[in-house]
Write a protein that binds this ligand. Structure first.
Ligand code: C2O
Ligand code: CU
Ligand code: CU
Length: 507
């Protein structure tokens, strides 16, 4: 049994074939303080990914090289570059064509995470792109303005060795295959928000990595022990847009950060070094009703949050974006699965504030939009929500592991449904649903916090928690091509904590 769960289990020997050898890495035996993982790394400016504007974009998945550690080049993979990819900028209402060329030499897919698309255009496990071929996704862009992302989504196999498989999603994302998508619409156009990309509207992709001593990406150590070592790709090197110890220079004004947690398994508890209040303006799939004031923002894998930070009176100062994981104890990650940074504070980005720039936004808007709350009364199953029980032993959902040939759930076209996700395990799981955004109705029977009262496509379900979501299935019936629902800890997804649903016209 892989150490994917917190319960002590006897160890079967895992197939380690394909696992690169390693001669040790400082981040595998972290300083328990864990406060300065970037020691020895020279600060460098936060790279801002290039933009590709729709409606037609061309992406090439290709191998690359990146020096994460000085003078120790690592083989990587990226879209149109060495690591990560360009930010796609698309407009609601446009007919987009997204062309993806696979030049990574192995099979893959590219999924438009959060997009409201026909299942055949989703880029999930069934839209396989063989090496040397091009896959085109064409669809009308129906999403609201918000921050989305793209990444591979192949389902390699089922079985414990899957996490080591280069065809797995966790493997390919970890190698660098991921990028941001910005959707703009009439509402985002009209709001008095920072919108100058890379200047006051900043894409910020957060990831953690560990490295071999030769600088290459360490997936799992060669002495990986299935019985005792957490089967999760986590590390103490924290990358912002692909670089460690990144520095962002901003003006003394309101700055918008579009934060994407593109980590395989790490949960961040974000805040600023001076404890300041910031304002969340958008969740995964759209603007909130009004900016939600926060001092901490929990962001689990695949979640996005757009925040506004008012640096208007900070000229000359340096402020750090930090993850305040210290003191979390076993609330989200139980002790046998933790590394030092699951229970320590660490910095993600240094922000230096200069003079106010031209066209600065100087105020946090009072309101943003009117989120249309999906009424419970609209649901066809309010009295008996569709159950999704996450399980760790065996690993799966409703007692089943992902099987490409099994449709787990059949939804009737036109229905609105309540889904009830229960987590009897001892670790938190970010539950994601394809097809369209949803809304969170309740956590353990209580209304969710302000910043979760908007459109979501990932919801973190804590240990012993029951979360109810409501979702519409009003278009794109296809009895053959399924959508996925899964935990977005990629090693959990790969090992089978995923299932498939189809939306079909009632017989
Ligand atoms: Cu981010 Cu099933 O996807
Ligand atoms: Cu997705
Ligand atoms: Cu999980």
């Amino acid at each position: 049994m892989l150490r994917l769960t917190a319960g002590a289990t006897a160890g079967a020997v895992l197939p380690l074939a394909g696992l690169v050898s390693c001669s040790g890495d400082s981040s595998t035996s972290p300083d328990p303080g864990g406060s300065d993982p970037a020691a020895g790394i020279e600060p460098s400016p936060l790279p801002i990914p290039d933009r590709l504007f729709g409606p037609i974009v061309n992406l090439e998945m290709r191998p690359g090289v990146r020096e994460f550690l000085p003078d120790r080049p690592a083989p990587t993979k990226g879209y149109n570059g060495d690591f990560l990819g360009p930010t796609l900028v698309l407009r609601t209402g446009s007919d987009v064509s997204l062309n993806v060329t696979n030049n990574i030499g192995i099979a893959t897919t590219t999924h438009w995470h959060g997009f409201h698309v026909p299942a055949a255009m989703d880029g999930g496990p069934h839209q396989r792109i063989d090496p040397g071929t091009v896959w085109t996704a064409s669809f009308p862009l129906l999403n609201r303005a918000a921050t989305y992302w793209y990444h591979p989504h192949l389902h390699a196999a089922t079985g414990q060795g899957v996490i080591f498989d280069p065809l797995s999603t966790g493997y390919q994302v970890y190698e660098g295959l991921a990028g941001m998508i910005i959707v703009e619409d009439a509402i985002s156009d009209s709001l008095p928000l920072p919108r100058s990309y890379g200047v006051d509207d900043i894409p910020l992709i957060l990831q953690d990595r560990r490295f071999e001593s030769d600088g290459s990406l360490l997936h799992f150590p060669s002495d990986f022990n299935a019985a005792t070592d957490p089967a999760l790709r986590k590390g103490g090197h924290f990358l912002a847009n692909g670089v460690e110890a990144a520095v962002l220079e901003v003006g003394a004004q309101v700055v918008r950060l579009r934060i994407l947690n593109a980590s395989n398994a790490r949960i961040y508890n974000l805040g600023f070094s001076d404890g300041r209040t910031f304002f969340q303006i958008a969740s995964d799939g759209g603007f909130l009703n009004a900016p939600a004031p926060l001092t901490r923002l929990l962001l689990s894998p695949a979640e996005r949050a757009e925040i506004l930070v008012d640096f208007g009176s900070d000229a000359g100062s340096t402020i750090r974006l930090r993850s305040f994981n210290g003191g979390m104890g076993a609330a989200l990650v139980p002790f046998p699965l933790q590394d030092a940074w699951d229970n320590a504070d660490f910095d993600l980005l240094e922000i230096t504030v200069g003079a106010t720039r031209s066209n600065a936004v100087l105020a946090i808007p009072a309101g943003l939009t009117t989120v249309e709350a999906i009424s419970e009364a609209e649901a066809v199953n309010l009295g008996s929500p569709r159950p999704f029980q996450l399980a760790a032993n065996p690993f799966g959902i409703n007692g089943l592991r992902m099987d490409m040939n099994v449709i787990n759930e059949r939804i009737r076209l036109g229905d609105t449904e309540v889904w009830e996700i229960t987590n009897p395990t001892t670790q938190a799981h970010p539950f994601h649903v394809h097809g369209d955004s949803f809304q969170v109705l309740s956590r353990n029977g209580f209304a969710p916090p302000e910043n979760e009262r908007g459109w979501k496509d990932v919801v973190l379900v804590r240990p012993s928690e029951t979360v109810r979501i409501i979702k519409r299935f009003h278009d794109y019936a296809d009895g053959v091509n399924p959508y996925m629902f899964h935990c977005h800890i990629l090693e959990h997804e790969d090992v089978g904590m995923m299932g498939q649903f189809v939306v079909e016209v009632a017989p």
